[in-house]
Write a protein that binds this ligand. Structure first.
Ligand SMILES: C[S@@+](CC[C@H](N)C(=O)[O-])C[C@H]1O[C@@H](n2cnc3c(N)ncnc32)[C@H](O)[C@@H]1O
Length: 289
């Protein structure tokens, strides 16, 4: 039976998506995804510079990797609240926090667009790829602003356009080569590339009442699984390929052929240090006035 977060929210579709088979992939591949995005977590923490004693809100925390890393940065005396709309992913986050005996992190299952934040509770709002899925992004960031103290900082990592991100482009192109093209996502709409346009992302923060807004394109490396076939499996299961295969009613044979094509293309990114894919993110920073 769906609970209230999954039904009575403006982002009910996201709640359903992130608790469905698509969300389950983030559970199945949690270790590989955290390794893939490890440089993004490091970048966010370096830029946000969480200090001991600070309180941090981790938006769209998923399975909790960044929440746990932030929690160790703010100890002693500080704490982290990970907020996420997916009960499925939060279950993993809570298990990980318990296994790590991390006492200064807790997780809230809620839609960050409407959750009643305690006014001025947080010093810092951070998100690794959890900020681009709101149906009402201005309302969502206005709402989260109420949870920040005056002077509170915001650091969000969002994907730059897919044309700058071969990890996604390679799998998407391989799927379309096999099954035919699908319509491109509308720009500036909720989804992984929802904040790809830097002016749009900046305007959302401005309209939500933030100050000192900057959106910088930053290049990082994604750390893929070491073998090309495992890297291809990951690229084909989380991202564009799986959506195209579903939309085109692709078969298991199609999925295998697409994975083979992706593995062959990923060979070009093999280094002495494993498969490393250049990626571009938009690093969005702002301050609560
Ligand atoms: C791409 S995943 C990123 C997860 C995590 N930050 C990470 O880096 O592994 C996006 C996350 O945003 C969450 N999310 C989407 N819409 C949300 C909303 N309205 N409120 C809270 N979380 C949301 C999803 O459930 C999902 O866990």
């Amino acid at each position: 039976m769906a609970n209230s977060v999954e039904t009575e929210t403006p982002n009910a579709g996201e709640a359903a998506y992130w608790t469905s088979r698509s969300g389950q992939k983030w559970v199945d591949y949690q270790q590989s995804l955290d390794r893939l995005f490890s440089e993004v977590a490091e970048l966010l923490i370096r830029e946000a510079a969480p200090g001991s004693g600070e309180s941090v809100l981790d938006l769209g925390c998923g399975t909790g990797a960044t929440s746990l890393a932030l929690a160790s940065c703010v100890a002693p005396g500080g704490d982290v609240v990970g907020i996420d709309i997916s009960s499925l992913l939060l279950g993993i986050a809570r298990d990980r926090a318990a296994a790590a005996e991390c006492a200064n992190v807790r997780f809230v299952e809620a839609d960050a667009q409407t959750h009643a934040f305690e006014p001025g509770r947080f010093d810092l709002l951070v998100s690794r790829f959890g900020s681009m899925f709101f149906g009402g992004p201005v309302e969502a960031f206005e709402n989260m602003r109420t949870g920040l103290r005056s002077g509170g900082r915001v650091y969000l990592a969002a994907w730059a356009p897919v044309s700058n991100n071969p990890w996604f482009a390679i799998a998407g192109e391989a799927a379309m080569a096999r099954l035919g093209s699908v319509p491109k996502a509308e720009p500036n709409t909720p989804g992984p590339f929802g904040f790809a346009n830097r002016d749009y992302a900046s305007g959302i923060l401005r309209d939500a009442g933030f100050a000192d807004i900057a959106v910088d394109a930053v290049t990082v490396e994604l750390v893929a699984p070491d073998s090309p076939s495992e890297a291809a499996e990951l690229a084909c299961n989380v991202g564009q390929a799986v959506r195209i295969i579903a939309a085109k009613n692709g078969t298991a044979e199609d999925a295998a052929a697409i994975a083979d094509a992706v593995a062959a293309t990923l060979l070009a990114y093999q280094t002495s240090n494993g498969i490393r894919i250049p990626a571009m993110i938009n690093l969005i920073s702002a301050r609560c006035p």
